[in-house]
Design a protein around this ligand. Structure first.
Ligand code: PGA
Length: 255
């Protein structure tokens, strides 16, 4: 089974930041992490700050991206932002299917699948979030829930679409909760996702990274990201504090 060696840490700033805050924050991260080169690092910002992220990070080892993308290429979709617009700012990553969007804005698995493929079509890296609610975990159906989210994409676009992409296992109960999944839970679900993708023996999926997200911080990053099955982390709150984000990146870099 193919296993990637370079881990990845992506910050999800969510609806936070301002020109002033970002200027200081991005520069602090860029300077502190300039020699960190055995991991990939990304920061996903709100759309208005893509240009600022590009200006600050373009000559660095840090990539940037968005937290969403439109499922359509262009046209009468008021308020939407197309993937071509993201590439205008050299964005590398686009988060798709984050549970804060699928629950608050009723995003269907079908729409998420379309977004995933449209990001791939522009050679960007989609960062797909999958994960179960607490009720689903307590009912013991987390594997089925996650499999359904992934299979919707596979049925539409085939297994090959997962090449050069990232899947983040983000249990919804762990997001913003201070209740990260245990290393055993993260290990089990990341292995489950990897086996699911690789069960299609007709396709070899290179460079698919399977990462963990949900209450990752500098105290649990070593345990979670040190797992062989976990290729890195998606960081929400921990990416809003430069020192914390830097520490997490340094820990993952040391693995
Ligand atoms: P959190 O968010 O790290 O604040 O739990 C993670 C996420 O939503 O990606």
């Amino acid at each position: 089974m193919n296993k990637v060696s370079k881990k990845v840490v992506v910050g999800n700033l969510k609806m936070n930041g301002s020109l002033d805050f970002n200027e200081k924050h991005f520069n602090q991260i860029k300077i502190a992490l300039k020699d960190v080169n055995t991991i990939d690092i990304g920061i996903c910002v709100s759309y208005p700050y893509l240009f600022q992220a590009q200006m600050i990070f373009q000559d660095s080892n840090i990539s940037w991206g968005s937290q969403n993308v439109a499922k359509d290429e262009k046209g009468p979709f008021t308020g939407e932002v197309s993937v071509a617009m993201l590439t205008d700012f050299n964005s590398k990553y686009a988060i798709v299917g984050h549970s804060e969007r699928s629950t608050a804005y009723c995003e269907s698995d079908e729409n998420i699948a379309t977004k995933f493929s449209i990001v791939k079509s522009k050679s960007m890296t989609p960062l797909l979030c999958v994960g179960e609610t607490l009720i689903e975990r307590e009912a013991g159906i987390m594997e089925r829930v996650v499999a359904n989210q992934i299979e919707t994409i596979r049925k539409k676009y085939g297994t090959n679409v997962f090449k050069n992409s990232i899947i983040a296992y983000e249990p919804i109960w762990a997001i913003g909760s201070d209740l990260a999944a245990s290393p055993e839970q993260a290990d089990h679900m990341c292995n489950f996702i990897r086996n699911l993708i690789h069960e299609d023996k007709n396709n070899s999926i290179d460079d698919l990274k399977i990462i963990y997200g949900g209450s990752v911080n500098s105290k649990n990053a070593l345990q979670l990201c040190g797992l062989e099955s976990v290729d890195g982390a998606l960081i929400g709150r921990g990416s809003l504090n430069a020192e914390e984000f830097i520490k997490i990146c340094q820990i993952v870099n040391s693995l």
